[in-house]
Design a binder for this molecule. Structure first.
Ligand SMILES: Cc1cc2nc3c(=O)[nH]c(=O)nc-3n(C[C@H](O)[C@H](O)[C@H](O)COP(=O)(O)O)c2cc1C
Length: 346
């Protein structure tokens, strides 16, 4: 079905850093014929290395994902003012706000880590790798190298460094926007373009195979992405409530009981535009300043304490626009359903 890939189905479970993407999810999706991703974001390189040792031993194709370093744009004064604003909430949950540090997420070391392993694909988000990094990953691991793009300009730049695949992330997508150069003056970092429009714009400028992402929850949506020129689809939100996902209990509950009316793109949690359920924290801090990953590290202990207390009001509840179609059950059943629906469409 997906002749272009070393895995059977054009169905990818998105890398979801911070808990949801477990090895069990990667294994279940891989055994069902799709591709699951091990996210490297936020992990110390040694922990990522160990996870990929386990992934290599699974005996199924898998992907690995890296966060590209971001330009340091945060204004320390504005971040300090945001910290003062958050202090009463931190006190309420008995949390100590974190140090708003900038970090490159140990990107260079993680490039070396993936190059020592055997992923079928390595995807990079938040920026465009150098041609040397693409070569190092491909020659070390044998993986196809994918770059997440949110515009035709980013697609052209990623094709120019030799990307084998482009993950075309539409406005609908849950989680962080993959924009290469987040404009701090823009509320969303850059214009939000729906995935169907992006696919049309990007197929016009490159012949690199495309993976569509954003708001895809069923086989019919995968089929329409394929009709618009995609070779496969990457689904995040659809997998959040599967049995194998490591999604937190408050996040699952908020998705399943439809507590919040919709999603919003906000910098409130991490300083970088990301789409999640419009919970109380997102509503109360719509004017949060830019500054990624400083604000991620500032709010992390608060989000963690609220989560531990069972609250959905404060943690980031990443979700794409079509989150209402989320289902529960084994990931293999979801992949089988998506494949059957896709077969009926194509
Ligand atoms: C909870 C969550 C965490 C995510 N974490 C990552 C990540 O670590 N790396 C990445 O490249 N994309 C990440 N994404 C974005 C996905 O790759 C993808 O673009 C998105 O899930 C597609 O939209 P959908 O959620 O509507 O399917 C995340 C998405 C969600 C929902």
């Amino acid at each position: 079905m997906s002749g272009a890939f070393p895995w059977r189905l054009p169905i990818i479970a998105a890398p979801m850093a911070g808990g949801p993407s477990t090895l069990a999810l990667v294994e279940a999706v891989g055994r069902a014929g799709g591709l699951g991703f091990v996210p490297g974001g936020y992990l110390p390189p040694a922990a990522f290395d160990e996870l990929l040792d386990h992934a290599d031993a699974l005996g199924v194709p898998y992907g690995a994902n890296l966060f590209h370093p971001t330009r340091q744009t945060g204004d320390p004064g504005a971040i300090a003012a945001y910290a003062r604003q958050l202090q009463p909430l931190a006190d309420e949950f008995g949390a100590t706000l974190g140090d708003p540090i900038w970090s490159d997420d140990d990107y260079a070391q993680k490039v070396e880590v993936v190059a020592r392993h055997r992923p079928a694909a390595v995807s990079i988000t938040f920026g465009n790798p150098t041609a040397a990094d693409v070569d190092a990953i491909r020659s070390g691991s044998g993986a196809l190298v994918a770059v997440t793009v949110t515009s035709a300009e980013e697609a052209t730049a990623a094709a120019a460094v030799g990307a084998d695949l482009l993950v075309v992330q539409g406005a609908e997508a849950g989680g962080h926007r993959g924009i290469h150069d987040d404009d701090p003056a823009h509320p969303f970092g850059a214009p939000l373009t729906p995935v169907a429009v992006l696919l049309a714009e990007i197929t016009a400028v490159t012949s690199v195979p495309l993976i569509a992402a954003g708001g895809i929850m069923d086989g019919a949506a995968i089929a329409s992405a394929i009709r618009l020129g995609a070779a496969a689809a990457q689904l995040g939100t659809a997998f959040l409530c599967t049995d194998e996902a490591g999604t937190s209990a408050p996040h699952r509950a908020a998705l399943l009981d439809r507590r919040y009316p919709g999603t919003v793109v906000t910098r409130a949690f991490s300083g970088r535009p990301a789409r999640g359920l419009a919970n109380e924290f997102a509503a109360d801090h719509a004017d949060a300043p830019p500054g990624y990953p400083e604000i991620h590290y500032l709010t992390k202990p608060l989000r963690g304490a609220a989560m531990a207390a069972g609250s959905a009001a404060v943690p980031s509840l990443w979700a794409g626009t079509n989150w209402r179609a989320v289902t529960t059950g084994p990931a293999a059943e979801l992949v089988a359903r998506l494949a059957a629906e896709l077969d009926r469409e194509l």
